[in-house]
Write a protein that binds this ligand. Structure first.
Ligand code: ADP
Ligand code: MG
Length: 686
């Protein structure tokens, strides 16, 4: 190969640059998603076959998958089959090939085989193994090593794939796989070089070396992402400041008059937030807490710090029901503080709306509660210093730009009940701080969860009657995904059916299509205990807080995702009574759906369920399309590699603190831009 061709090769060069790959083979590789040299280098073996140590033949037993070496001592060709016996000093093993075409085999030859030893015969017998003839001074290719098995297609044999990879490694590894990590990190973390790590992935020496190589490459991906996120932040922060907020009288009065004492987790979260608020750097913090963990109190504390500093705060909720609930609760909580709380929703009459907008603009309103939708339009604040985003079950990070006003940015606290694994948050939003409410207020008993089939419906009715008799309340969630006409029919027909069966139980329907007034009236009646059972769509999924509700029935539960089931279940178990959640299967439930129900019965730990969800659905889907591409790792595993992620994050932070644009590490800088430039919208110049 001419040296010039080699020197011009890049990771992004097409596979046709390799000897032996023309347009036809390139088309086959394209089916595997392999287009460039880089794709070949990172074509990750699906699994490996350990063919290092052929055991003595006497140790070979039926059922094993193993290499073996021996001299052919018997050979018979008969009726389209070939039977052989190979022997060594210790014993012998039979082999059968279902062909009579291997005519070059002779008694007396030494061969290596690899394959499964059948357990269908009385004696150990390889059935149709791979084999090769071993010759004096020629290295075997099939045994004596750990062999990579690539994701193949019908048109591309393992042999061919191995050849492409090996050609790429042989011709271009030394040119293209140049080290890019800073020497200091390589040294401190005792890392294998980039070049060696890639080779090791294809040709592992042994377990330990392989793990070091794999971890090095996982570190690369996580480290480059962290570095990219910090670079992006460095490019826009520093210019925008937030108002410094400190606590005063309102805050103290409120905390002193709480009817309960905050949990330790709440105290810690409040402290973390107050520290952020005292800085000029805008807070960007996520408050993560399972349903019922008491996030509202933490939010209230933060808002009071804003009020005490003469600034306004806004809290955004995903739905009107939830906005209203926040509003009522906050107005109630703050009734003694003399603070002015207003509710801004899309359904306000023009005159009320105008009045509230004026109050927001002249600063007489201290706290504004509204829906996300309302705040997406321009609202003119007098002195907005804190925005609280109650995401509940969805999770996106606020577009700060839309609320940055006059060169100042508000502090932002995002609250979510979705227990997103920490690793995922840090990988995708590396510059987000996290507070976690990992304990529930005392006195809660975990919700008992059972999965039942429709044939056990009478048991459900009995349970409902018993609960209602005790004065407790019930949610009945109908099977649906959105508020389509079909869904409404389901709610209404369920209502009709159940009101016949459960006479004496006071019930109402609740769904997203009802007028807002109607919805809030029903919710208030339910809160006040005037309704025993609410037959609802998933509108109740978010934030509804009625501690007296102690039972939830979810119809056709298999069609909901784990995260959503967990959210729904969180509507009960908020009071003193021991709560129950009944998951009703449908005859057409999928195996995955059944698996989710089993997980729900098993676990009440939101984080555990979230990790299952993450492994089932993948990170991209959980984050939405918003950050698509960021978590598409080739090697790193976002759940399992938490330790590596922590190291990568620490190293990236230290490095970029001293060298914010990586000018001292041009190779690293180039690699960050090459891998993440597009996804993170990093500018190549600057
Ligand atoms: P979530 O985190 O789901 O938003 P909430 O803030 O709605 O939870 O709180 C759930 C319930 O727990 C509310 O009724 C709230 O008043 C109550 N609560 C919050 N903190 C405590 C506490 N430390 N002790 C007792 N009850 C609490
Ligand atoms: Mg809440």
């Amino acid at each position: 190969m001419p040296a010039s061709k080699q020197n011009n090769a890049r990771l992004s060069s097409p596979v046709t640059i390799l000897s032996g790959i023309g347009p036809k083979k390139a088309a086959l590789l394209a089916k595997l998603g392999v287009f460039t040299l880089e794709d070949i280098f990172f074509l990750r073996p699906r699994r490996y076959e350990d063919r290092r140590n052929p055991p003595p033949l006497c140790d070979i037993e039926p059922g094993m998958i193993t290499p073996a070496v021996g001299k052919i001592t018997e050979l018979e060709i008969d009726d389209g089959m070939m039977d052989a016996v190979i022997s060594d000093k210790t014993g012998s093993v039979e082999i059968v090939w279902f062909t009579d075409k291997i005519t070059f085999l002779r008694e007396g030859m030494t061969i290596a085989v690899y394959g499964q030893v059948s357990d269908k015969y009385l004696v150990p017998k390889f059935t149709h193994p791979e084999f090769e003839i071993l010759r004096w001074r020629k290295k075997p290719t099939l045994i004596g090593k750990i062999l990579p098995i690539y994701p193949g297609t019908a048109d591309l044999t393992q042999r061919a794939l191995r050849k492409f990879v090996d050609t790429a490694l042989y011709e271009y590894a030394s040119v293209c796989l140049k080290e890019f990590l800073p020497k200091s990190i390589i040294k401190r973390r005792k890392m294998m070089s980039f070049h060696d790590a890639v080779i090791e992935i294809h040709h592992p020496k042994d377990e330990d070396t392989f793990i070091r190589a794999r971890n090095r490459l996982a570190f690369d991906e996580l480290f480059l992402l962290q570095a990219g996120i910090i670079m992006r932040r460095n490019s826009y922060s520093g210019t925008i400041h937030a108002q410094q907020l400190t606590t005063g009288g309102h805050f103290r009065t409120f905390m002193d008059s709480l009817p309960f004492s905050p949990t330790d987790a709440q105290r810690v979260a409040i402290c973390e937030i107050l520290e952020d608020l005292e800085r000029t750097k805008p807070m960007n913090r996520l408050l993560q807490g399972d349903v019922g963990s008491g996030k509202t109190l933490v939010a209230a504390a933060a808002m009071l710090a804003a009020c005490d500093s003469g600034a306004q705060s806004a809290i955004m909720a995903p739905t009107e029901i939830l906005a209203q609930q926040h509003y009522l609760k906050l107005r109630d909580n703050f009734s003694r503080t003399g603070l002015n709380v207003a509710l801004l929703t899309g359904s306000l009459k023009a005159r009320e709306r105008k009045k509230i907008l004026e109050g927001i603009a002249d600063g007489t309103i201290n706290i504004v509660v509204g829906t996300h939708a309302v705040f997406s339009e321009a609202v003119n604040f007098h002195s907005l210093a804190l925005v609280i985003v109650d995401e509940q079950h969805r999770f996106g990070v606020l577009q700060r730009n839309s609320i940055i006003a006059k060169g100042t940015a508000p502090h932002v606290l995002t609250m979510t009940a979705t227990p997103i694994p920490r690793t995922l948050i840090m990988s995708v939003y590396g510059d987000l701080e996290v507070s976690v409410l990992n304990e529930l207020p005392p006195g809660r008993t975990p919700v008992k969860t059972i999965a039942l089939t429709p044939s056990e419906m009478r048991r459900v009715y009995t349970m409902i009657r018993a609960r209602v008799k005790k004065g407790e309340q019930v949610f009945w969630v109908c099977p649906m995904i959105d508020d389509s006409e079909r869904d409404l029919a389901a709610v209404n027909s369920t209502y009709e059916r159940l009101s016949k069966i459960l006479s004496g139980v006071r019930m109402s329907v609740l769904h997203g299509r009802l007028p807002v007034d109607e919805k809030s009236r029903i919710m208030q009646e339910f809160s006040a205990g005037k309704i025993d059972m609410l037959i609802a769509t998933t509108v109740i999924e978010v934030g509804v807080d009625v501690p007296n509700a102690s039972m939830m029935v979810i119809e056709d539960a298999g069609q909901f995702g784990l995260a959503q089931l967990h959210q729904l279940r969180g509507r009960v178990g908020r009071g003193k009574a021991e709560s129950v959640c009944v998951l009703l299967e449908n005859a057409s439930i999928t195996p995955e759906g059944r698996g989710r129900l089993a997980a729900m019965v098993e676990s009440s730990d939101g984080f555990e369920l979230a990790e299952m969800d993450l492994t089932q659905r993948g990170a991209g889907e959980i984050c939405g399309t918003h950050q698509h591409g960021v978590t598409d790792f080739r090697i790193a595993d976002i759940v399992r590699d938490e330790k590596i992620l922590m190291l990568a994050r620490d190293d990236a932070r230290v490095l970029l603190e001293n060298d914010p644009a990586l000018t001292k590490e041009p190779d690293l800088r180039r690699e960050v831009l090459r891998r993440l430039g597009g996804v993170l919208e990093l500018a190549a110049t600057s």
